[in-house]
Design a protein around this ligand. Sequence first.
Ligand code: PLP
Length: 420
Amino acid sequence: MFENNLNYAQQQDQEDALKNYREKFLIPTNSDGEELIYLCGNSLGLQPKKTSEYLQQELNDWAKFGVEGHTDAKNPWLPYHEFLTNSMAKLVGAKPNEVVIMNSLTANLHFMMVSFYQPTKTKYKIVIESDAFPSDKYAVESQIKFHGFDPNDGLILWKPREGEELCRFEDLEKIMSEQGDEIALLMIGNTNYYSGQSFPLQKITELGHKHNCLVGFDLAHGVGNIQPNLHEVGADFAVWCTYKYLNSGPGSLGGCFVHERHADSQDLNRFAGWWGHNKETRFNMRHDFDALSGAEGWQLSNPAILSMAAIRASLDIFEDAGFDNILKKSKKLTGYLEYLIEELNDKRINIITPNNPEERGCQLSIQVKSADKNLHTQLTNSGVISDWREPDVIRVAPAPLYNSFEDVYKFIQQLKKVLN
Ligand SMILES: *Cc1c(COP(=O)(O)O)cnc(C)c1O
């Protein structure tokens, strides 16, 4: 159904229902002012042109009102996080009271584990996927240690089979049937940052719950890229960042989901702070901690308004474009990338990412056998921004909001040159 030529790629861009969204972003350029082929939205999303206006609004109101901006700013800072809730909830398939923007990703993962990893002497193990993002692995290991267990025993890796790159659900079932009684938590990174594999959230959650385990997901590479349907899936918690597919700027705030079944739970441990306290009495300052219902009750600090303004600028674009439309384009764009890679017909190349569009987002991880980092350096010099993972994998993620079919076509031309 696809064609391997520039005309065709440009034709697809003409017919693309989201073609006007690329103009809403600042595309990085080389020293001659030519646009780079930016395929790294899985690492740091591009800046929406409107972001500076959203930030400027808050800078102006800070200048004009000082502390009174908390209540008098055009977008008052006290409830500012609430302005993000509805759009954020839609993107992860949650109810509004199940999500909150706060802290950063790894911090949120720890705070969620304070509540959702409460091991006992016999049920204390945590399962993660074997190629988990290093920060997740460190966080999980340190929680296990914190509770007095040994990660060598307490951390279970869900691994691909010998000679394979992807994790099979059957193997997770096997782990659960053998050790389910000892497992307290399943914490899976979805979509996997390295392979681009999206795991079946519903099946994983049901499997975990069947064995009396809690189930959480790290959606750093999922949010804005796949629809995780967190509420329906029934996950206990999830965390994510907003600077990858959500384009909110380096180090921006993270997001958190707590299923509504835990909204008012009194038996969960939690590390509390004043922003999680009842809004009516927060400023009386003399009340005992009275947790807000839902995800908001896990807030600690008054959040960074400038960062939230950037998140708002980005979420407004998602809202305007419609996430279903974005996902539809994403499938086609990544399908085109896959087709062109296959057209290269190069025996050194192997796409690690699943070929079923339901088991991946926009990223493809391309293994180039016997290549080294030099390949990536040459690609960069030719104007392609991609990501290299040792020993031999290039990760490319055409982001449907700002990448074009032409980008994908031109990337393949550069890859072909570099491979020869
Ligand atoms: C990007 C990413 C992180 C980074 O964590 P920060 O706390 O935002 O620095 C952690 N985990 C995963 C899975 C990621 O993809």
